[in-house]
Design a protein around this ligand. Structure first.
Ligand SMILES: *Cc1c(COP(=O)(O)O)cnc(C)c1O
Length: 455
C-alpha cells in the first residue's frame, strides 16, 4: 500500500487550528451560522466513493467553522467552561495521534504511568488523602455516577448485601441525602444506577445554595439504614460551597460524597482553601478537568478514599485481557469504560504547564475577575444576586423580561457569551469566569456590552 500523506490532512488541520486560536480575541464569540446554513453546508447524502483526506478536512473546516462557538475565548462566560491551555491542547492532539487504548497498562504503558503520575499530583494539590484512587472519566456527570456506584455497592456490602451478584432488587433501601442546591447530574446518576430519584432525601439550602447542616442532621436522624450524603463544592449558579467540615461532623457511618466539579479547585489555592475546609474527610469526590483546569473536552475525574472499594466496583476480569500483574495501573479498574482514550495526557500537560503556583493563580485570578465583574456591574446599575465567593456571578437587569431580553441581545451581539438561569424564582444572567486567558480588559468589554444591552 502506498504510504499515506500525513502532511496533507494534518497540515490543513494545523493551519486552521493556529488561525482559529489566533483569531479568538477578534471574532464574535457566538457562531455566525444559522441552522439552515449549517444543514446546507454539512448535510446531504454520503457519497459512494472515497475522497482525498486533505479535501475532507478542508471541506469540514469551511463548512463547520461558521457553526463553532468560541468557547475557548477569553470572553466566553457561559455555563462553567474552561478553555484549553496550550500544552493541554497539544497533548490532546498527541492523544489522538498515539491513539492508545488506555484501558490496560499493556496497551498503553506511557498512558498508564502518566495517569498514575497526574493522579498523584492531583490528590496532593487538592489536599486529599494520599492513598486516594483516581479514575479519568468524561466529565462531572460520569464522576458523580462512578462515585455513587462505588458508594452504593460499599454501603450495602457493609450490611452484608452483594450488589455485584444481586443488584438492588430486594436490597436494604439506601437513602441519598443531598441539598436542594445539588447539581442535576446527581439525580441523573441515580436514574442510571437503578436507584431512582425517590432514593433522594432533599435537604434545605440557604439563600446562597449551601446545604444547611441542621437540616442534614434531622434528615440523618429521621431515617435509618445505609445512607450516602452528597455535599457540593461550587453551586452551579452562585459558586457557593457547602459547609463541608460541619457536614463531615454529622455524617457518622454514612458515605460522604462531594460534587466539586469546579469548586474542588478552590483547594488548590492556599488563599481559597479555607472555603473547602474539611474536604479531605469525604469518601469520594467528583471533579472536572475540562472546567477550571482548562483541559480540552472531555475530561472529568472521580476520586475515592477507598481504593479497594473503587477497584471492586469498577474492575473487570476476562481471560483474554492481559491484566496488570505487579502494581501497574489498569485504567479500567477505575472508570466505567472498557476501551477508552488516554485522557491522562492532556491533564498531565495542563498541570505541568501551570505548576502548583500556576493552578492556584488561575483559580485566584478567575475569582478576582468575577469580583471585578460584580463591582463594575453594580456600579453600572445592575443587581448582583449572589455573594461572589468563587468564579460565579448572578446578575439581574431589571425584571425577568428585561433580563431575558438583554441576555438574548448580549448573545447575539457577539462581544461575549453567557447563559441564563432562574435563581430564587427570578430570571438572572449567569457569568462564570473559568478561562485561563480571560483578563481585565475582557471583563471590562463584556460589562460594557451587558450594560449596553440593558439600556
Ligand atoms: C458542571 C457540573 C457537573 C456536570 O459536569 P459535566 O462535566 O458537565 O458532566 C456536575 N456538578 C456540578 C456542580 C457542575 O458544576
Amino acid at each position: 500500500m502506498e504510504r499515506p500523506d500525513w502532511n496533507g490532512p494534518l497540515g490543513v488541520a494545523f493551519d486552521h487550528a493556529t488561525a482559529y486560536l489566533g483569531g479568538l480575541p477578534e471574532r464574535p464569540v457566538r457562531p455566525p451560522a444559522s441552522l439552515e446554513n449549517m444543514r446546507a453546508a454539512l448535510g446531504g447524502p454520503l457519497q459512494a466513493g472515497s475522497l482525498p483526506p486533505e479535501k475532507v478536512v478542508a471541506d469540514l473546516v469551511a463548512a463547520a467553522a461558521p457553526g463553532v462557538m468560541a468557547s475557548s475565548s477569553g470572553r466566553f462566560f457561559g455555563f462553567v467552561i474552561g478553555g484549553a491551555t496550550p500544552a493541554a491542547l497539544a497533548a490532546d492532539w498527541l492523544t489522538s495521534t498515539w491513539d492508545q487504548n488506555a484501558g490496560l497498562y499493556v496497551l498503553g504503558p506511557a498512558a498508564s504511568v502518566v495517569e498514575e503520575t497526574a493522579a498523584g499530583w492531583l490528590v496532593e494539590l487538592l489536599g486529599l488523602p494520599a492513598r486516594a484512587s483516581v479514575g479519568y472519566v468524561t466529565g462531572g456527570q460520569m464522576a458523580n455516577f462512578t462515585a455513587l456506584a462505588i458508594a452504593v455497592r460499599e454501603v450495602l456490602r457493609r450490611k452484608g448485601w452483594d450488589v455485584d451478584a444481586d443488584g438492588l432488587w430486594g436490597a436494604p433501601r439506601v437513602r441519598v441525602i443531598a441539598g436542594e442546591g445539588r447539581h442535576g447530574t446527581i439525580d441523573r446518576a441515580l436514574r442510571h444506577l437503578g436507584m431512582g430519584t425517590n432514593s433522594l432525601v432533599t435537604v434545605e439550602m440557604d439563600g446562597q445554595g449551601r446545604l444547611v447542616p441542621a437540616a442534614l442532621a434531622s434528615a440523618l436522624a429521621s431515617g435509618e439504614g445505609p445512607a450516602i450524603v452528597c455535599a457540593q463544592a461550587g453551586n452551579v449558579n452562585t459558586g457557593a460551597i457547602d459547609p463541608l467540615a460541619a457536614i463531615a461532623d454529622l455524617v457518622g457511618d454514612a458515605w460522604l460524597h462531594v460534587d466539586g466539579a469546579f469548586g474542588l479547585w478552590a483547594a488548590a489555592s492556599p488563599r481559597l482553601r479555607p472555603l473547602v475546609a474539611g474536604i479531605e474527610r469525604a469518601d469520594s469526590w467528583a471533579t472536572d478537568a475540562h472546567k477550571w483546569l482548562n483541559v480540552p473536552y472531555d475530561s472529568g475525574l472521580v476520586i475515592c478514599a477507598h481504593p479497594e472499594a473503587h477497584r471492586a466496583a469498577m474492575g473487570v476480569r476476562a481471560s483474554y485481557l492481559q491484566h496488570a500483574a505487579s502494581g501497574e495501573r489498569d485504567a479500567l479498574d477505575y472508570n466505567p469504560e472498557h476501551s477508552r482514550r488516554a485522557r491522562g495526557f492532556p491533564v498531565y500537560a495542563a498541570m505541568r504547564q501551570l505548576g502548583t503556583d500556576g493552578i492556584a493563580d488561575l483559580v485566584e485570578r478567575s475569582c478576582a475577575l468575577a469580583r471585578h465583574f460584580a463591582d463594575r456591574l453594580t456600579a453600572g446599575g445592575a443587581l448582583v444576586l449572589n455573594e461572589v465567593v468563587l468564579n460565579q456571578v448572578l446578575v439581574r437587569l431589571g425584571d425577568d423580561h428585561t433580563t431575558q431580553r438583554a441576555l438574548r441581545r448580549i448573545q447575539e451581539e457577539g462581544t461575549a457569551w453567557m447563559s441564563g438561569t432562574t435563581w430564587n424564582g427570578a430570571a438572572a444572567i449567569r457569568i462564570s469566569v473559568s478561562n485561563w486567558s480571560t483578563d481585565e480588559d475582557d471583563v471590562d468589554r463584556t460589562v460594557a456590552a451587558i450594560l449596553a444591552a440593558a439600556a
